[in-house]
Design a protein around this ligand. Structure first.
Ligand SMILES: CC(C)(COP(=O)(O)OP(=O)(O)OC[C@H]1O[C@@H](n2cnc3c(N)ncnc32)[C@H](O)[C@@H]1OP(=O)(O)O)[C@@H](O)C(=O)NCCC(=O)NCCS
Length: 272
């Protein structure tokens, strides 16, 4: 018998990764707390008022990706080179009841960790990752561990660049940015998102933000800003992440605008 909690598609999680972006401003004209479960509402009450909308937008993006895949039996959006930009209209494709029944929860062991997904109270195998920055939130959904990170391309003090990036990384930024200050900030932000994504992927010994300067992003391709600055177009390439204990090959997809940079990372080729 079909009940609302029964998937229309086989239970198996499709290969690949989908990612979505949602600006907080899309949430201003309706009350989306009706899309949260009781546990999520309790958690929302603990979030500072300045972060509430971003927190909510990240969860709605993850729930949207899950519901679209769950209902259609296929990814919510074409997988390759595509980032779906959600709007309040697009969010309405699923009912508040459906959203409430997908929960994005902190794992049992702690709050400051990779979130987990449940559907109608049962834990799901999909991997989700969330990120938010300055009024913009994003989520990724995949069968295998994937990490997403978004950062605003702001300028930092010189000491930050010197301490956080290796000589080889700084050389790569200089070559890519071609003496353009804005592009230099943008490429450094890209490197930072790659390091944070690596942390979130949880496949390295490096476990805290303070250890990020120990990581080196290696084998970066020759990138031009124009290749990566179209909002809905993800540019995908392999890199290696070096830490004192060894190296990890990963595949990354990058998108951005003049304001921000977004990266999605997976350890398997062909997923992002
Ligand atoms: C995970 C981490 C890189 C997040 O970076 P950030 O740019 O500040 O935040 P983002 O918006 O990109 O990502 C936050 C999301 O990542 C997820 N997250 C948090 N900790 C995580 C972890 N250890 N691993 C994977 N994902 C994590 C959460 O879903 C969080 O969203 P939520 O708060 O809405 O639930 C950072 O918090 C971190 O390194 N934590 C590890 C512990 C640590 O270093 N603590 C000292 C912090 S000063």
């Amino acid at each position: 018998m079909y009940t609302p909690c029964t998937p229309r598609s086989p239970q198996q999680v499709p290969e690949g990764c989908t990612a979505a972006l949602l600006e907080s401003s899309e949430l201003l004209n309706a009350d989306y707390t009706t899309h949260l479960s009781m546990s999520e509402l309790k958690r929302l009450a603990q979030i500072s008022s300045t972060r509430k909308l971003e927190w909510l937008a990240a969860r709605l993006a993850a729930k949207y990706l899950f519901l679209s895949q769950f209902q259609m039996g296929q990814p919510a959006v074409p997988r390759e080179n595509h980032l779906v930009k959600l709007t309040s209209e697009r969010l309405r494709r699923h009912s508040a009841w459906m959203y409430r029944n997908v929960e994005v929860l902190p794992p049992d062991e702690g709050q400051d960790e990779k979130p987990v997904l449940t559907w109608c109270g049962a834990r799901r195998n999909e991997n989700i990752s969330l990120s938010h920055a300055a009024g913009i939130s994003c989520a990724s959904l995949s069968a295998t561990p994937t990490a997403i990170d978004i950062e605003v391309a702001t300028s930092r003090v010189t000491a930050f660049y010197r301490k956080t990036f290796t000589t080889a990384e700084r050389k790569w930024v200089n070559a890519s940015a071609r003496n353009n200050d804005f592009q230099s900030r943008w490429f450094f932000t890209l490197l930072w998102t790659l390091k944070e994504s690596a942390l979130k992927l949880k496949m390295l010994s490096t476990a805290t933000l303070w250890q990020l300067p120990r990581l080196e992003i290696k084998e970066l391709p020759d990138l031009r800003f124009d290749d990566t600055s179209a909002l809905d177009h993800l540019v995908s390439f392999p890199i290696r992440i070096k830490e004192p204990q060894g190296e990890l090959p990963v595949q990354v997809a990058v998108a951005g605008t003049h304001e921000w940079v977004l990266t999605v990372m997976n350890s398997r080729p062909g997923v992002v």
